[in-house]
Ligand binder design. Structure first.
Ligand SMILES: [Zn+2]
Length: 112
């Protein structure tokens, strides 16, 4: 990887982090438990609970991605960044730019 490519990936990680953090805050607000005193009809309550389940799932996914991106940001300058954990080949720049937190090359990732 060239220093320029490394720089591009770093920028991409920072962008993704800037997008994810506010998203997590919003999702955390949505997934607050519904208070039992809340005057809602059964249907509305049911819908709200379903909505919360969906946002709970996105919240967990977003939090996991945030951790991976923060980890990638610390690693991006290191010599072993961008190497596949399985076959130790270089992960393609295109893949890293799309998913900077990738720890496997496309071939190994599809075998997992
Ligand atoms: Zn591999």
């Amino acid at each position: 990887m060239t220093p320029r490519q490394q720089e591009a990936i770093k920028e991409k990680i920072i962008q993704e982090l800037a997008f994810l953090s506010p998203k997590i805050t919003v999702l955390q607000e949505i997934s607050q438990p519904i208070s039992p005193e809340c005057a809602l009809g059964d249907l509305a309550r049911f819908e709200l609970m379903h909505e919360q389940e969906v946002s709970d799932k996105s919240l967990r996914e977003a939090q996991i991605r945030l951790k991976k991106l923060q980890y990638a940001l610390r690693k991006v300058d290191g010599a072993d960044y961008g190497l596949c954990m399985e076959c130790e080949e270089e992960i393609s720049f295109e893949r890293l730019l799309l998913l900077p937190e990738s720890s496997h090359c496309i071939r190994c990732a599809s075998n997992l």
